[in-house]
Design a protein around this ligand. Structure first.
Ligand SMILES: Nc1ncnc2c1ncn2[C@@H]1O[C@H](COP(=O)(O)OP(=O)(O)OP(=O)(O)O)[C@@H](O)[C@H]1O
Ligand SMILES: [Mg+2]
Length: 288
């Protein structure tokens, strides 16, 4: 069956409109990290503790798509776990993390792990429902929404497929759909298209740019006055190794140094210009 990935031209139009909407206005942060330091205890006697993040600062404005680039092992996944409240309890964490919370005080974040984490013994639809179940969303609300999102994510007709019957790109989209079903307005995506070949990855990026993920994640939540006192703000933090992916999708890009990671470069979209980012500057920052 056709995977229904939209044409790149249409996608570029969407991203250009998003850049225009941002022109001249930097939204107030809804998520912020200040001077975040994380280390793990030494793995053997006599060894030093492993410093992973070293005074990291990050801000995400309401509705922003923030990409975090950095070399392997610099602490990107650790950062996402810290934002999602999923830190290994042995970690030493200092600094300030401000994330939006819902009316019940729960973090308004949903995390997509670096590996798709699909359960091989569950068909596609029940796999997706795991996100809703874990978030305590009633099945009668989540199921019709899941069916609708299967169509929107280009997975319609594959609800009863086993994970091994899906292509790599379809599995990644299913994992993303599962994350959206948690109905949290802030998405923390850890290399959602890692491991795909470059052509499929570009197609997936084009598709991702065309779907308004945080609205998909939050639409049911913000309409439900019992679960939210007020809409807590929305956005996406995307971790990636891929500079083109970051440039295509993000409103703001942060580059981290080698471990211990700290921000060595930050750029926002240059609204109104053809080249949205200074690619050379990003490459330089990644190289240092
Ligand atoms: N629970 C843990 N206990 C001990 N060390 C950890 C733990 N989690 C991560 N680390 C260490 O922290 C460092 C950063 O890991 P992390 O997974 O955040 O890197 P990353 O930037 O996401 O890398 P990659 O791009 O390869 O995914 C690594 O050296 C890793 O071994
Ligand atoms: Mg990682």
């Amino acid at each position: 069956m056709d995977e229904r990935v939209p044409a790149l031209a249409a996608v570029m139009d969407v991203t250009a409109r998003r850049a225009d909407a941002r022109a001249g206005s930097i939204p107030a942060p809804v998520l912020a990290v200040r001077d975040l330091r994380i280390s793990f205890p030494a793995m053997s006697r006599g060894a030093r503790d492993l410093e992973v993040l070293d005074g990291l600062d990050l801000e995400m404005g309401d509705g922003e798509f923030v990409a975090v680039l950095g070399p392997s092992g610099c602490g990107k996944s650790t950062l996402l776990r810290a934002l999602g409240g999923l830190m290994d309890p042995r970690a030493r964490v200092s600094g300030e993390i401000v994330v939006p919370r819902d009316g019940a005080g729960r973090r308004a974040t949903a995390w997509m792990p670096q590996r798709d984490g699909l359960l091989p013994w569950r068909r596609a639809l029940p796999n997706a429902m795991v996100g809703a179940i874990a978030a305590g969303i009633p099945g009668e609300r989540a199921l019709p929404r899941a069916r609708r999102l299967f169509d929107e994510f280009g997975l319609g007709g594959f609800e009863r497929a086993w994970p091994h019957e899906l292509s790599g790109g379809m599995r990644q989209r299913l994992a993303l759909l599962r994350t959206c079903l948690a109905e949290r307005p802030v998405l923390l995506l850890d290399e959602p298209f890692g491991g795909l070949d470059p052509v499929t990855r570009r197609r997936m990026n084009a598709w991702l740019a065309s779907v308004r993920l945080t609205e998909r994640a939050a639409d049911a939540t913000t309409r439900d006055s019992t679960s939210l006192a007020a809409a807590p703000g929305s956005g996406v933090v995307l971790v990636t190794h891929d500079i083109d992916e970051a440039m295509m999708l993000a409103d703001r890009i942060l580059v981290l140094s080698d471990r211990p990671g700290r921000v060595v470069h930050e750029e926002r979209v240059q609204a109104g210009t053809h080249e949205r980012y200074d690619r050379a500057a990003l490459l330089d920052a990644l190289d240092c």
